[in-house]
Design a protein around this ligand. Structure first.
Ligand SMILES: [Zn+2]
Length: 60
């Protein structure tokens, strides 16, 4: 089985990939692998995953 980068589709065997999972109902839900943090960052920007997100939530 060959993993490919979620963002750019490159073969991760050529990289030292970063893997991401989300947690849904206490279960780990794998998002996939990325070539490196640059691809992860690009994916986050494209999907706007950080819009409105913060470690500390405040009603303001
Ligand atoms: Zn990539």
């Amino acid at each position: 089985m060959t993993d490919t980068c979620v963002d750019c589709g490159s073969d991760l065997a050529a990289y030292e990939p970063v893997y991401v999972s989300e947690t849904t109902d206490g279960e780990r839900d794998p998002v996939g692998g990325f070539c490196n943090y640059a691809c992860l960052s690009a994916y986050i920007d494209e999907a706007e995953l950080t819009d409105g997100a913060a470690c500390t939530w405040s009603p303001d």
